[in-house]
Design a protein around this ligand. Sequence first.
Ligand code: 3H9
Length: 719
Amino acid sequence: MTNELKGKVNYSVNGNIAILEVDNPPVNPLSSGVRAGLAEFIEKANSDDSIKGIILTGAGRSFIAGADISEFGKSFDGPDLNSTLRDIEFSKKPVIAAINGTALGGGLETALVCNYRMGTNKAIVGLPEVNLGLLPGAGGTQRLPRLVGPSQALKMMLSGAPLSAEKALTSGILDAISENSLIEDAIEFLQDKIELSEHPKVRDKNEKVLEARGSENVLAEAKALAAKTRRGQFAPGQIIACVEAAINEDDFDAGLKKESEYFLECLMNPQREAMIHIFFGERAASKISDIPKDTPLMSINSAGIVGSGTMGGGIAMNLANAGIPVLVLDQDEKNLERGMGVIEKNYQMMVDRGRMSEEQKEKVFGLITPTLSYEDLANVDIVVEAVYENLELKQEIFKTLDSVTNNNTILASNTSGLDIDALASVTERPGKVVGTHFFSPANVMRLLEVVRGKDSSDETMATVMSLGKRMGKAAVVSLNAPGFIGNRMLAGYTYQANMLLLEGALPSQVDNALESFGMSMGPFRMLDLVGLDLGWRARKLANIETPLANKISDELCERDRFGQKNSRGFYNYSEGSRAPNPAPENEEIYKEISEKNNIKRREISDQEIIDRCILALVNEGARILEEGVAQRSGDMDIVYINGYGFPIWRGGPMFYANQLGLKEVIKKMDVFSELDKEFWKPAPLLQKLSDQSASFGEAPPVGERSELLSFKQANMGGV
Ligand code: 3H9
């Protein structure tokens, strides 16, 4: 093998069997050296008369994690994947894939060109390309429907969700599961087959695709599923077209050819670049630039939660799902009972929807124990306080936790905006104090902002980030600054939405424009969901005059329109339904308030709505980056996609701005500055990068950026 190629394949012989082991740590993607190695050693095994069968396996914990994602969009070295797979498929000697771990994307496609497939009981198989804006382009769209039937294949490819070994066996992807030594079992399996004159090839199994020919149901169901779960995405339609070819083409290779064409179209589509940016962005976000990679982690084997409300319950579920026993504390027995009831109901719902077995439910729910006593938390490894947002109350709880828990326990606060340093200051262990901002519902939403106080230790930060990964979260570090990352950006977005309403747009126009851009929910539907009265009540309590942008929502509250909670807000809701219906009776209010504030209502285009709301995110994002509150621009993309419903296929607000071009961003902001000079002043970093024709990814490192916004300076406005 030449040295420039990435990854390799190890070749060894056991009796009359050649073993090809893909070796490209940590997860064995099909990089150039792997493709070259596979081609070379298949040839070697085939030309050696003493070899009667071939095993293909992976080194370490993964079989093959797919094509090398970092090669997409670039020129690559070595043979292409499809020609390598052809060499395996047409091997003269039988080949068995011995699947020792994850076989994803091109990894499963490699297994599908083998004659046989055996997995350990830890094997996981799937075609997750859709999550990268791609389709399985190495024969997966043609072979999987032949093995499991078009309907199941479409479900797997459109969801991207993997199957366990057990499910892979029952659906026909695996021929066998090894209970002992995988390689020994694979050798034994092959020895039984060696004498056969022919070995099965998936390409020849036409029964299941022929069964679906002539029926529109399978494709119609897939289209409905894609419309529901992958709104705005390009790849799903291409996947369905490939399966249509698998069903209707008589010639397998004609189907493969179509797959290649459709794959290329996905590859060229900007959505692919955006989604791969998110794949690598999520992994980059999990790293803290100034904390060494080998920082020792504390082991987290037990946890406590203070507060059994919605947030506390959701967080407890996250911990239990990760296998961590958790004590849920509440001082009120009734609350605690109710909280445990809600947790059980949530798990039951998962069982009812087929997402969890009754047994699994018993196991995870069994890990959650209610308690009324702080003393019970004495020896847990981490406590997450999840009571309502009140600094004094949280400080009291931190003082108590500091005295009852052992010195090593990490104390985390689930807060969406309070000062973590103010909590750390009441303890004797500021290094062990950290913010964990979960998003509601915490058992569903993937985003976790991990807030780094000025004294949070490297060990604490690294441990909590790793815990985030264990819980399946997209964890992002934020410095301890007002609004952290997400809510601070949201303030400008909501402000613009409210101003658009005063200037002449209707809530439905703003919502529809942003939903057609790809946001999962428009701002006014969101405000109705959260409750308009929260801000209104807070302002009343603090005796604060309503800011201009909030005049309409406060007036709606004055008229007893609080949002979904009382079935009327910006929209009307019928009893028991969350579907928004127009509220024409509000239109007079909008007009009145615009007039009172000397704002002339005008026709506003959908493009202006999108630009003003999204560029407000971008400009604040630039400030956040400049202050070092976020480590990198990609972190803000991860925040917005996982916590605020930003469309993944646009790559997040900062990536979207890069694709638009920062000069174009400034140009658009310049036009809007006629409406509001102060708001649309470009953040210095945005201006600087635009002047240099650079992008956010090229921002200078954190240390060279400006001062952090303090909690005292903050004026979040917004909601
Ligand atoms: C495909 O196959 C297309 C074909 O159909 C057609 C081709 C013609 N390539 O996630 P982790 C890196 S598309 C390159 O933290 P885990 C990752 O960036 C592919 N690099 O580990 C990270 O690097 P770093 C379809 C990859 O244990 C490191 O490996 N396949 C790839 O939590 C560890 O990753 C997929 O979409 C890759 N394919 O999870 C599967 N995969 O350390 C993508 C990972 O520098 N991969 N890396 O940050 C995964 O889902 C997870 O990585 C996996 C392991 C579940 C395998």
